[in-house]
Design a protein around this ligand. Structure first.
Ligand code: F6P
Length: 536
């Protein structure tokens, strides 16, 4: 990535105040925002001006973004280290044409599986599919990472549409997670979905075996009460799940991109197949936009370029995702996997070292809660943390519209405060109003200075519907893709998770049976020894 021009522009902008850019250009908010459908993405509260945006857009052409994007949608094997196509977009290609992998149209299989999911979901919801004790009151999804975070996030987000059985998610291998989840459930009226792309993930398989034993102990019937979601269909049979309860997907769906297909089954059971279709259509609408819009109006591209500007050009190490929506509680965690597992790489596709920083740390919490926790650092800490706000124009509780007005006001206030700040003179004037004088006035005023000029973006939408959620998720997926293309990396593998898995496997017997810590470093050996001494 050639950043010389952008670094020069960044140096020139070093003393610019974002607020002044608005004074110079009354149309700034319109000129530095992108829209598609009912979504509006405002990036005017950043230092990006016309020259910077033009230089950022040049990066897209230098990287051959259009060709890479078309290659992805065409089914080329752009996940080069695993030799796989990247086609999660096919899962939401409801009205699109054929999509080929190795000369084979994958759409008939995709649509067939989707139809089987719809039938099964409606059977569970309607009580036709039953457990040993009658219709299903509860569904437990067992999965981790991409087989958990997407459905968890979407189930919470779509709570107003949830009219199916209660849903629970178990991911952690910590027995506390499954114990606390199963404690209140009826083993004869609970459906367990085991979701694992590989069907080998140790956490998921351990939890699945525990759930099966619990069900058998409690008089349930795993033959009727288990379903599986996987791309390793043979392994689901070995586990004893009947084939009509197995929903497969291909290896060209990455785990963190999989909520659109069978991994989304629990969401479909919760909200029904029509609402799930609307979610898919939202994602598809974003695909259409991403494929057609010019870079300057292309929302995922612009979102990615804002990311590149803040991380690779200005060097800000993290970005905060701040949804002003309690139902987007798990969105930051979902984006953490999406962004950090995809773009947390330090070698380019050809194995050479990256000359620029990898993707940033992504973190966040819903507003307004975060305001009363970590916003202090965002406003007055020494590091600049670009913030990505998100908010709906209206909520789902008309009787509580006054709550939503407060929520919206807080969201807008935060981005304004980050930009405006408060100068020492203003802080002094406030202290003087309170009657302070001299050294005490000066001392107190300095604590009340806000540097301001801190960048943020805001994504605003009418209401958090299934369609809008689909748009938002696909927007961020494509953002990650574009950033990955500009960095020249493979966003679709995750080799960085492997070493820890291997070492956990070798440590298993050691912590299990005192097999000896030979070959382990002193710290690890001492920690093992402590654990062995302190357990009953
Ligand atoms: O360990 C990382 C990872 O491979 C993720 O990429 C994936 O989403 C998660 O584990 C779960 O994998 P699986 O769906 O195969 O159980």
């Amino acid at each position: 990535m050639q950043l010389d021009t952008l670094r020069t522009l960044a140096a020139q902008a070093a003393d610019t105040r974002i607020l002044d850019l608005f004074a110079q250009d009354p149309d700034r908010a319109q000129r530095f925002s992108a829209s598609t459908g009912d979504l509006l993405f405002d990036y005017s509260k950043t230092l990006i001006d016309a020259d910077i945006r033009a230089a950022l857009i040049d990066l897209c052409d230098q990287a051959g973004l259009a060709e890479r994007r078309d290659a992805m949608f065409r089914g080329d094997k752009i996940n080069e280290t695993e030799g796989r196509a990247v086609l999660h977009t096919a899962l939401r290609n409801l009205d699109g044409g054929p999509v080929e992998v190795d000369g084979q149209d994958v759409m008939p299989d995709v649509l067939d599986t989707l139809q089987r999911m719809r039938v099964f979901a409606e059977e569970v919801r309607g009580g036709t599919a039953q457990g040993a004790g009658g219709s299903f009151t509860d569904v437990v999804n067992i999965g981790i990472g991409g087989s958990d975070l997407g459905p968890v996030m979407a189930t919470l987000a779509l709570a107003p549409y949830h009219d199916g059985p209660r849903l629970h998610y178990v991911s952690n291998v910590d027995g506390a997670h499954i114990a606390d989840t199963l404690r209140e459930l009826d083993p004869t009226r609970t459906l367990v979905i085991v979701a694992s792309k590989t069907f080998t993930t140790i956490e998921t398989m351990t939890n699945a075996r525990t759930a099966r034993a619990w069900m058998l102990d409690g008089g349930g019937d795993p033959g009727r009460q288990f379903a599986a979601v996987s791309s390793a269909v043979d392994k689901t049979e070995d586990f004893g799940i009947p084939s009509d309860r197995v929903f497969g997907f291909a290896d060209w769906v990455g785990g963190r991109y999989s909520v659109w297909g069978p991994v989304g089954l629990p969401v479909m059971i919760a909200v029904g197949s029509n609402a799930f279709d609307a979610f898919l259509r939202g994602g598809q609408a974003m695909d259409v936009h991403f494929r057609a819009a010019d870079w300057a109006e292309n929302m995922p591209v612009i979102l990615a370029l804002v990311g590149i500007w803040h991380r690779q050009v200005l060097g800000h190490a993290s970005r905060a995702v701040l949804p002003y929506d309690q139902r987007l509680l798990r969105l930051p965690a979902y984006f953490q996997q999406l962004e950090m597992e995809s773009n947390g790489k330090s070698v380019a596709m050809d194995g050479s070292a990256l000359s620029v920083p990898s993707g940033p740390v992504v973190w966040g919490e819903p507003g307004t809660n975060g305001q009363h926790a970590f916003y202090q650092l965002i406003h007055q800490g020494t590091d600049v943390i670009p913030c990505e706000f998100m908010v709906a124009a209206e909520g789902h509780e008309p009787e509580l519209a006054h709550h939503h007005r407060l929520l919206l006001a807080n969201c807008l206030a935060q981005s304004e405060a980050l930009m405006r700040g408060r100068s020492l003179e203003e802080a002094r004037a406030r202290m003087a109003e309170k009657g302070l004088q001299g050294d005490e006035l000066e001392r107190q005023a300095r604590h009340r200075v806000f540097p301001g000029n801190r960048p943020s973006t805001t994504l605003i939408f009418p209401q958090l519907t299934p369609f809008v959620l689909g748009q938002i998720i696909a927007l961020y997926e494509h953002r990650v893709f574009v950033e990955g293309v500009l960095l020249g990396i493979n966003s679709f593998d995750q080799w960085g998770v492997e070493l820890g898995k291997e070492l956990a496997t070798s440590l298993g017997p050691i912590v299990d049976s005192d097999a000896g810590t030979e070959g382990k470093d002193g710290s690890t050996a001492a920690l093992v020894s402590y654990a062995l001494r302190h357990r009953g």
